[in-house]
Design a protein around this ligand. Structure first.
Ligand code: COD
Length: 298
């Protein structure tokens, strides 16, 4: 069980070859700082794709020495994105990272049928938060890719996140399927989906985790709140992964945790042919660094 995102660093085996990270549209301050830190810490081998002039100028301004890294000069952002995605597609890079480009642009490139990173699975976004008031790291999914997931999509989103948690050593993560209430209400689709997902987990149709829901947010993260409501649940108060009903709820929770709770966060798109770092442009360089750590473990 991890309490801090820094602890992910200990899981990286630095005796193995470094993963090659393709940064798409590289003249982005926070991305460059995070990539530089991961480079100097021996975690990744960067390939900076974008305007070489703008990238070099920015790196100089920031005092970052990228000696030994590769540059590919492509000043047109859409072409830089395509080049970066193709590099990963062709196995010339291991991780894709979004630089100064909008999230939907890079996600659409990733979904390109000819040269994208499709794997036949649903792609989904997982954020892992370090919140001072919670006793362990907590995953939140999906806050950035799947807009209004169906029941089938939610199964895939759980499977992607659970596989990631298993990979970092959390054997049977506890998944709370969120609703506005903890009872099934036939007019609230999120609660119906939650009940079905819980039953599917009990019947081993969703494995390697414990799924329970519907749970309201407070029951999911507080044993006291769950006890007050008389909820008997293995997950309540000890959740590892919060499954969001849709992107709006997910995005508002993400931003509330970052802005109100001052939480630290790492994020990754899972389920593709390679890990994809898609942090928001306003995320800090710490957050981007932790996301690179997450990708290097993926
Ligand atoms: N996994 C695998 N395949 C997918 C997925 C997915 N999650 N989403 C779409 N596809 C496939 C579809 O099966 C189809 O073959 C093709 O991709 C196009 O599907 P559309 O038309 O539904 O998708 P697009 O291209 O219009 O949009 C895909 C996006 C991921 C760009 C879209 O879902 C989106 O905009 N998501 C939200 C991104 C965003 O704004 N995030 C910011 C919050 S910070």
């Amino acid at each position: 069980m991890f309490k801090k995102l820094d602890e992910l660093q200990k899981l990286i085996d630095t005796s193995k070859p470094r993963k090659r990270l393709a940064l798409a549209v590289s003249h982005d301050r926070y991305s460059l700082e995070a990539v530089h830190k991961a480079f100097t810490n021996g975690i990744i081998e960067p390939v900076l794709i974008g305007s070489e002039k703008d990238t070099a100028e920015m790196a100089k301004e920031l005092g970052l020495n990228f000696y030994g890294a590769s540059f590919i000069d492509e000043p047109v952002p859409d072409r830089a994105v395509e080049l970066a995605v193709r590099m990963v597609h062709d196995g010339r890079a291991d991780i894709l990272m979004k630089g100064k480009v909008a999230t939907p642009v890079i996600l659409k490139a990733v979904l390109n049928k000819e040269w994208g990173l499709r794997s036949g699975h649903l792609l989904s976004h997982l954020s892992i938060f370090e919140v001072d008031t919670y006793h362990k790291l907590i995953g939140v999914t999906d806050v950035a890719m799947n807009i209004a997931p169906s029941l089938k999509d939610k199964i895939a989103i759980i499977n992607n996140s659970v596989a990631y948690f298993n990979k970092i050593g959390i054997e049977r993560p506890k998944v709370a399927v969120l609703g506005a209430i903890e009872m099934v209400n036939e007019n609230m689709q999120a609660t119906l989906d939650a009940a079905l997902l819980s039953k599917m987990n009990q019947r081993d149709q969703i494995v390697n985790c414990i799924v329970d829901g519907p749970l309201a947010f407070d029951n999911a993260i507080s044993t006291k709140s769950a006890l007050n409501k008389g909820i008997k649940s293995e997950v309540a108060g000890d959740t590892d992964i919060l499954l969001m009903p849709d992107i709006e709820v997910g995005n508002v929770l993400y931003k509330s945790l970052v802005w109100f709770a001052k939480a630290k966060v790492a994020s990754l798109v899972l389920g593709a042919a390679a890990p994809i770092v898609v942090t928001s442009r306003s995320d800090s360089d710490d957050s981007k660094y932790y996301s690179i750590l997450m990708a290097a473990l993926g």
